[in-house]
Design a protein around this ligand. Sequence first.
Ligand SMILES: C[S@@+](CC[C@H](N)C(=O)[O-])C[C@H]1O[C@@H](n2cnc3c(N)ncnc32)[C@H](O)[C@@H]1O
Length: 261
Amino acid sequence: MTGTERIRTDIAHNARVWNYWLGGKDNYPVDRAVGDRVTRFHPGIGEVARADRAFLGRAVTYLAAEAGVRQFLDIGTGLPTADNTHEVAQRIAPDARIVYVDNDPIVLTHARALLTGAPEGVTEYVDADVREPLRILEAAARTLDLTRPVAVMMLGILNFVLDTDEARSIVRTLMDAVPSGSHLALTHPTLEPELGGEGNVAAMAFWNENATPPITARGRAEFASFLDGLDVLEPGIVSCASWRFAPASEVAQFGAVGRKP
Ligand SMILES: C[S@@+](CC[C@H](N)C(=O)[O-])C[C@H]1O[C@@H](n2cnc3c(N)ncnc32)[C@H](O)[C@@H]1O
């Protein structure tokens, strides 16, 4: 089946609803309807999407400018929007190499827009499921030198791996394959009341009955377990809105960056 044949317009898809919340145009009526219903349950959800993208910008800026990382593996890419990983990285380091990975057929059809990086660098797209980390590593190795540090970006993606042991094992497989000096950048929704996560309970229940793929939230301890074995950079595990930034308000989405010692 081609990417276009796999696209369903009768059920909301996460990549397109996320695009809707970010103010994009690459979504269908069913995505906007579900996006609006979720917003009624969790009025801050649009703010979560914007804060997550702003975290991406700050994290990639830190990784390229301060940590000197030149290779990025961005899993759960989403539809192209402003300031995609390769644009942020290559503004700082034109020779940065980026591999994007997503399993949504509509992201695949828009991938060309992601493959327009600086001529000194390389940008590639892999159509793969995060549950196949070995396949992802094999494909990424065609573009990235896995003997040199890689920033693995997993923003808003482990929440679609419902089993926490499986999610941990995916992270471990990826991070075991990259050397010291590699980083893991993570964001993940939570129900923690400290971040106003109560709104996610009804929103996620509605999502799981009406949209795809199914989603889960995680608490601080589970989120922290994904970073086991890594040195978690300052300011630690915080609302992604507050990572190296002083926001007007926080969002119910954890964010952190860890470095492989
Ligand atoms: C919430 S969006 C996040 C997009 C981007 N990382 C960001 O932070 O703005 C999650 C993305 O993960 C993708 N995704 C969901 N489940 C996936 C899976 N099993 N394998 C690969 N990608 C997946 C969706 O298609 C969507 O594009």
